[in-house]
Design a protein around this ligand. Sequence first.
Ligand SMILES: [Zn+2]
Ligand SMILES: [Zn+2]
Ligand SMILES: [Zn+2]
Length: 171
Amino acid sequence: MTSESDKSDVVDSPIGFSQHDHGACVSDGLAAAAAHCKEGGLRFTPVRRKVLEILLQEHRALGAYAILDRLREDGFGSQPPVAYRALDFLVANGLAHKIERLNAFIACVHPQKSHTPAFMICRLCDAVAETLSSPARGALGDAARATGFRIERTVVEAEGVCPLCVDKGDT
Ligand SMILES: [Zn+2]
Ligand SMILES: [Zn+2]
Ligand SMILES: [Zn+2]
C-alpha cells in the first residue's frame, strides 16, 4: 500500500456514528500506527501500543485516568506519567488527538495523513466522530487572509446528538 494510492480516503465519511466492522478499526489502526512509526524511525513501545489499542476499542474519547485504569488491569503499572507520556507520544505523532472540550483523547482515524481534524461529539452518549476540516478554505480562512493573520492551529469540536441517540428518541 502506498500513500499515493489511497488519497481517495481523504474525503471520507466519519465512521464513528455508523455501523461498521469494528474489529477492523482496531487491527487496521494498530497496523497503520506500527507502519507509521517504522517509517518515521519512532519507537512503538508496548505501552504506547497498548494505549492506542485502548483508544481504538471505542469511538469515544477517554480521559487519562480511564486509560490508566485499563493499563493497570493489563499489568502496565499504575503511574500516571506512564499514561501521560504514551498519550503525548501518540498526539505528537498524529496517532491520537486530544478533545479539548472533554479533556480526553481519541485515536486518529487517518493517521497517515497530515490533516486538521474536526470532531462531532454526542452530548448524550459521548460518542465522537472525526472528520476533516479545512480552516484555510472557509470563512475563517478568508478572515485570516484579509487581516494578514497566519493560522497555525484550529480546534473544531461540534457538540450535538448522534444519529443513534436521535433514533432512540432520547432528545
Ligand atoms: Zn470502529
Ligand atoms: Zn486525525
Ligand atoms: Zn449519542
